[in-house]
Write a protein that binds this ligand. Structure first.
Ligand code: FES
Length: 158
């Protein structure tokens, strides 16, 4: 009963967001960003509501949500750890660092650890290229991150 009420409240809010931005040119992307901003992710029932408001098919909206890595399909963990995988960071060990992070957390990029503590993401350049490999932990950038330093940062992330 309670979860049905929560779902209805969320659906109502998503409809409000979609209706409010629906008049924009190319409204779908701003609506999806606004929904993610408010709820932390775009849930499957949100897709149906947005499709209804924009008079699009659910498949069309679903296709956009799944195409863009920016859109999260599930709630993020308590701390998001994003590892730069762009060229300059790759040249100084970011690929190996990403593999180390995957082994340590048990996550692929875009996934959350089983305990809900860490969400691991890849990003393509933070603008901190001279100090790579660059990692962002909970919104804070760290440069020249080694596997050992990453382990320490992951340990601090609670
Ligand atoms: S390439 Fe990693 S911060 Fe720019």
């Amino acid at each position: 009963m309670t979860s049905g009420v929560v779902v209805d409240v969320r659906a109502g809010r998503v409809r409000e967001i979609a209706s409010g931005l629906g008049g924009l040119r190319g409204a779908l992307i701003p609506i999806l960003h606004a929904v993610q901003e408010e709820f932390g992710y775009v849930d499957q029932p949100d897709v149906a509501v947005i499709a209804d408001v924009l008079n699009l098919s659910v498949a069309e909206v679903h296709g956009v949500v799944t195409f863009y890595k920016d859109f999260r399909r599930t709630a993020a963990g308590r701390t998001t750890v994003a590892i730069c995988q762009a060229e300059a960071c790759r040249a100084v060990g970011a690929v190996a660092l990403g593999e180390h992070a995957k082994r340590t957390t048990g996550c692929e990029f875009g996934e959350t650890s089983y305990d809900g503590r860490i969400t691991l993401d890849e990003v393509f350049c933070f603008g901190n290229c001279a100090l790579g490999p660059t990692v962002q932990v909970g919104g804070r950038l760290h440069g020249r991150v080694t596997p050992g330093r990453l382990d320490a940062l992951l340990g601090e992330a609670r």
